[in-house]
Design a binder for this molecule. Structure first.
Ligand code: ADP
Length: 474
């Protein structure tokens, strides 16, 4: 099969969160299944080019129209390890991808609409048959509409994966006009009209309705989306699509997460690796003499991730004389400021350490070194962090929602709590710390259970093959 992914992230060279890891893990596994795969990505200025192999200018200049103007672009062919990457260099006067971030610009809608259209210009120039066009989240969802309304490219099936249904890409009709679609004609209930703001286009809704098949990243999250009655959740749209809508639990790209364990069932080896990681961590924070537990959070600080519960977990851990390490940053200024203040407040405690930025190397070290990872999400489509933690024999303390339910078994390989409240968080921290201190042998058994789970992408990639085949028949 010829599979073309269009995505806005690709780990580790352009990663903002889970989506980037999923695109890498899935496409790598599809290559192993002998599929002909490629990933289209914007050539962001922030790309880690050192990690890219054999970059080659494939098309020196191709044009893409926006607002009636012809904008120049180039196409670079390259590889990340063995995965073919097609990088679109956009030479737009607004410097769409010459920013120091992937998301969070005022013109995100325009940037990603433009990028997706530019990919279509390349596909049209090539005029090759494509079996599956695989889109990811609202950012590239417009691909389904472009394929059926503006371009004539031989595509057998369009599949959209929803990594986070809360972000829907609401925009104006003229945003569609700008890329050559007739925006007003899509402002109907059956097409892309938003259910909450009637003058607004909803890109994710359009992607769901115009794709042949929709996937999301865990079976429980699929059910949550299907049964949601909240006004802004697209519940009726998922219900309309339910026979062509599948929940596939993400895997982990294990080559991005090497634990150093020779055998996940060898406790002595696990303990040795964790001890070494803790020594390394003690060069950054004064924990050398601590018996733990060390509880951590490695996360975007956003409402979704339960910031007030993270704060409660920190306070309770300190009260219980454990150590808390937070690695996280927020795109919301008030949240970032709040945690900066908390950092100052706890500076002298020597028990709470806050690193309020994005740091891939520190994340790797923490997953190896800490004892527990806290994940009090309000909702969680899949969540990779708990899988990464468990893979490193670090026990998750997570809220019972979405993908957490599909990946964590309370009391066996982690801790799950139901209620979204500071009180419930506090009790769960207390429970975990008591367990750690009083039931050492059981805690170690839990570690081995967690670290021996097979998170590989194999199963998920085969499930994707299955939905591709079903989509061909539509
Ligand atoms: P989401 O995609 O909703 O942010 P996931 O759990 O699916 O959540 O994926 C988050 C990924 O981002 C994980 O690989 C996690 O380790 C990483 N991550 C989050 N915050 C940071 C940070 N501050 N520094 C480094 N890595 C981070």
């Amino acid at each position: 099969m010829k599979i073309v992914h269009i995505a806005t992230e690709f780990a580790p060279i352009a990663k903002a969160g889970g989506l980037g890891e999923v695109v890498t893990g899935l496409s790598r596994e599809q290559l192993l299944l002998h599929e002909d795969v490629e990933v289209f990505l914007p050539k962001y200025d922030l790309l880690d080019l050192k990690k890219i192999k054999r970059p080659q200018l494939e098309i020196a200049d191709f044009r893409c129209f926006e607002k009636g103007f012809s904008i120049p672009n180039a196409l670079w062919k390259s590889f990340y390890e063995e995965i073919p990457l097609q990088l679109i260099e956009v030479r737009h006067p607004s410097g769409y991808f010459h920013r120091n971030k992937i998301y969070g610009c005022d013109d995100d809608i325009a940037r990603f609409l433009y990028f997706t259209k530019a990919v279509f210009e390349v596909l049209q120039l090539r005029n090759e048959k494509i079996d599956v066009l695989h889109l990811h989240d609202w950012h590239t969802a417009i691909g389904a509409i472009l394929a059926k309304n503006l371009f004539k490219i031989p595509i057998r099936a369009i599949v959209l994966t929803i990594h986070n249904g809360a972000y829907q890409g609401r925009c104006a009709t003229w945003d569609l006009d700008n890329i050559g679609l007739d925006g007003k004609s899509f402002l109907t209930q059956e097409k892309m009209k938003d259910d909450v703001y009637p003058e607004t286009i909803n890109l994710l809704k359009g992607g769901i309705l115009y794709s042949d098949w929709v996937a999301t990243v865990s079976p429980t999250y699929r059910n949550e989306l299907l049964t949601s009655q909240e006004k802004d959740s697209l519940g009726p749209i998922y219900r309309k699509k339910q026979n062509h809508f599948t929940g596939i639990l993400n895997g982990l790209d294990l080559s991005l997460w090497k634990t150093g364990f020779q055998d996940p069932l060898n406790l002595a080896n696990i303990q040795h690796v964790k001890k070494k990681a803790r020594q390394e961590l003690s060069q950054k924070i004064p924990i050398a003499k601590e018996n733990g537990p060390i509880i951590g959070a490695i996360t975007r600080i956003a409402e979704q991730k339960g910031p007030e519960l993270i704060e409660e977990a920190l306070k309770e851990t300190v009260r219980q004389k454990g150590i808390f390490v937070l690695l996280g940053s927020s795109a919301t200024k008030s949240l970032q400021d709040h945690f900066e203040k908390l950092k100052k407040e706890y500076e002298k405690s020597q028990r709470a350490f806050l690193f309020l930025h994005y740091d891939e190397n520190l994340a790797h070290l923490l997953y190896r070194a800490i004892d527990f990872l806290v994940l009090p999400s309000r909702y969680e489509p899949c969540g990779l962090s708990q899988m990464i933690a468990m893979h490193h024999a670090t026990i998750p303390i997570a809220r019972k929602t979405g993908g957490h339910i599909d990946t964590i078994h309370d009391g066996i390989d982690g801790f799950l709590f139901s209620e979204y409240s500071q009180e419930a968080m506090r009790k769960e921290i207390e429970r975990a710390i008591l367990f750690f201190r009083n039931e050492k042998a059981l805690y170690e058994k839990m570690q081995m259970k967690a670290s021996s789970i097979d998170w590989s992408w194999k199963k998920a990639a085969l499930q994707y093959q299955e939905i591709y085949s079903k989509a061909f028949l539509i």
